[in-house]
Design a protein around this ligand. Structure first.
Ligand code: SF4
Length: 638
């Protein structure tokens, strides 16, 4: 089959049974890979009452249609499972080189079922697939383990690892690869750890069949020539995403001191300029990328060993830097290294420590809760101690290891007013009080508050930050187009920053596979995936969906106290209007549940039947579903 490895793997960890099947061409055409495959497989295979960290959850690893091809940055791979953070569909992607390697070994997705009887790792060398003991590796840090396994197996193996956090079931544990690429969100590392799988090592040396190799390569060659001189190329190559710190502060959306405010005095100490000057060692790129936004760096702090890492990127600079009030770039980089090696997502990890710092500031937790330590803003030693308490689930750290929502409920008092999360997943690095589209994006996202689902900050800037009208339709468009790249498994930055069009990606897919995909069909597949994961979430968590889309109190009731966004706040009335518009534009009922009309229109009649059985099918919309869902708007680059 052109464009694909041709085989799928299903590994039962309890029995050791390893089964191979040919990849279904129909499935590939209808779901396109990675996130698309994950949404379909999870919906069909995981019992609705399965414990995310129990034996009935499954763990999927899937590259997409463009992974490993000559398409621009076809570098990504998706991981899927039911999330221990949200109890809904989870998918999280990473770049690097693992996805292409897996395809070159001949595999389009791997499903891990049940739980191994002992710590293990999955070994794949082309047709050789084994479950191997990993007792010697258990307890090691993610980065340390990757280096060790490269020594043990050979440099040519591409390796995904988890750290101690994944072993301990911390719900925001990540999977690490390539010494700094992470599938960070949704707690996919915790599910891998719950299956007692410490690592997945892959070597693939087969070729990938291509339908029209000359045209496929020519397309990318032309794009390379065109984008070499794009004005965004130089800053991205120099700074990666780190230059965005200043941009975000100026526009009043930089999370500061646990989202208490949105402008960080001292931001210039952790901005791109300072990062490049003090920490960056060299550039780094994923497979097939010529933008090399990755920055290999070193953190130097007197009294601590030098720490080498990739990053920090913008999200880390926001959620560990501003949000924990760190004014030294070496401290942020060290905290980034710590999170990477322990195996937690820097976004949810930073948000968790920041919540702890605010609770400490306001007397809701004390030294007695912190083993005699403090938890002061901007203090790297306090950050390290508390992070280790979380990862090792010591004392109050155990409550924080379950995410900020559960931690705040555990602490009580005003703590639930301090959290910024949706569906159990912490906000990415943007305060939304002046950005209604971004607030709506976070709250309606199927996996919880993650910017990769819809990054609408520039849409708010373009359409007016005070405006409510027309925002919901734009968010829907962004929710369809951005996740497309997760199914295609190529880097969305080439679209967002270098103006490569989705139509060019579709052409590349057709040259690779011989398909006759159109952009309209691709949008429709993305909308189908979105509706399926919505139905899945409601089937697992009950309804109505509107209850699950509610915004954090701080973002509705607490005006920004200072900075460029001083006095700004979306407010409850406006937020409810946004939700009303959003559901109407999606063809969902006012209570946020999908209707039979929209589900059948997208070929998901089975999901309508299932929602009906549990009394959660949305009531038909007067006048029927909208013919066009979403309003196209290509946000300006950063
Ligand atoms: S732009 Fe950055 S994230 Fe995207 S493929 Fe290149 S190095 Fe990876």
């Amino acid at each position: 089959m052109n464009g694909f490895g041709g085989t799928t793997l299903r590994i039962n960890l309890a029995t050791g049974d390893i089964r191979r099947e040919p990849t279904s061409e129909k499935m590939a055409r209808e779901w396109m890979g990675a996130r698309g495959f994950v949404s379909k497989i999870l919906y069909e295979e995981v019992p609705r009452d399965a414990d995310p960290l129990g034996p009935d959850n499954i763990f999927i690893m899937a590259p997409g249609v463009l992974t490993g091809s000559f398409a621009p940055a076809g570098s990504k791979i998706g991981f899927g499972c039911i999330s221990p953070a949200t109890n809904g569909h989870a998918d999280s992607s990473m770049g690097g080189h693992l996805g292409p390697e897996l395809k070159y070994a001949g595999y389009d997705y791997i499903i891990l079922e049940k739980i191994a009887s002992e710590p293990s790792y999955i070994y794949i060398d082309n047709d050789t697939v084994e479950i191997r003991p990993a007792g010697d590796y258990w307890g090691m840090g993610s980065l340390d383990l990757e280096a060790r396994m490269k020594t043990d197996l050979g440099e040519e193996f591409q390796i995904a690892t988890i750290g101690p956090a994944g072993e301990n079931g911390v719900v925001f544990s990540c999977i690490s690869h390539d010494f700094g690429r992470q599938a960070g969100r949704c707690g996919v590392g915790a599910v891998m750890g719950s299956k007692k799988i410490k690592a997945i090592a892959v070597r693939g040396t087969k070729s990938l069949p291509v339908y029209d190799i000359e045209k496929h390569t020519q397309l990318t060659y032309d794009i390379i020539q065109r984008t070499k001189t794009h004005p965004n190329m130089a800053p991205w190559q120099k700074y990666g995403t780190s230059f965005f710190v200043g941009w975000s502060n100026e526009r009043g959306c930089f999370p500061t001191k646990n989202f208490q405010t949105t402008y960080f005095n001292g931001w210039e100490h952790i901005d791109g300029e300072r990062f490049v000057k003090d920490c960056v060692v060299t550039d780094k790129a994923c497979f097939g990328c010529w933008m090399n936004c990755g920055k290999y760096a070193v953190a130097r702090i007197p009294g601590k060993p030098d720490a080498y890492l990739e990053g920090p990127e913008y999200e880390t600079l926001a959620l560990i830097g501003g949000n924990c009030a760190m004014t030294d770039i070496n401290h942020v980089a060290y905290a980034n290294y710590l999170c990477d090696n322990l195996g937690i997502d820097t976004m949810s990890g930073g948000a968790s420590v920041a919540l702890g710092m605010e609770c400490y500031q306001k007397g809701l937790i004390t030294k007695d809760d912190l083993e005699g330590h403090e938890l002061r803003w901007g203090n790297i030693d306090d950050f390290e101690h508390f992070t280790r308490m979380i990862v090792e689930k010591r004392g109050i750290g155990a409550a924080f290891s379950r995410g900020t929502k559960r931690a705040a409920d555990h602490i009580g008092g005003d703590a639930p007013k301090f959290i910024s999360q949706a569906k159990g997943m912490e906000f990415s690095g943007y305060d939304t009080r002046w950005y209604p589209s971004q607030l709506l994006s976070f709250c309606t996202a199927d996996i919880g508050a993650h910017h990769n689902r819809s990054w609408a900050i520039t849409a708010d800037l373009e359409l007016g930050r005070e405006t409510i009208e027309g925002k919901a339709a734009v968010v829907i468009y962004l929710q369809h187009i951005r996740p497309l790249f997760d199914s295609w498994s190529c880097c969305r930055l080439f679209w967002g920053e270098l103006d490569i069009t989705p139509e060019e990606h579709v052409e590349s897919i057709n040259c690779l596979t011989g398909w006759d995909l159109t952009i309209e069909e691709a949008y429709r597949i993305s909308e189908k995936i979105w509706n399926l994961t919505r139905a899945h979430y409601i089937e697992r968590n009950g309804g109505p969906g509107r209850d699950h889309d509610q915004a954090p109190i701080r973002h509705l009731e607490e005006p920004v106290p200072d900075g460029p966004a001083q006095g700004k706040m979306v407010g409850r009335e406006n937020f409810e209007r946004l939700l009303d518009d959003y559901y109407k534009n999606r063809g969902w009922a006012k209570n946020g549940n999908p209707t039979r009309e929209i589900l059948e229109d997208l070929g998901l009649g089975f999901a309508a039947d299932n929602l009906e059985k549990i009394g959660q099918l949305g009531a038909p919309i007067p006048g029927g579903i909208p013919a066009v869902r979403g309003q196209k708007l290509k946000p300006k680059a950063m």
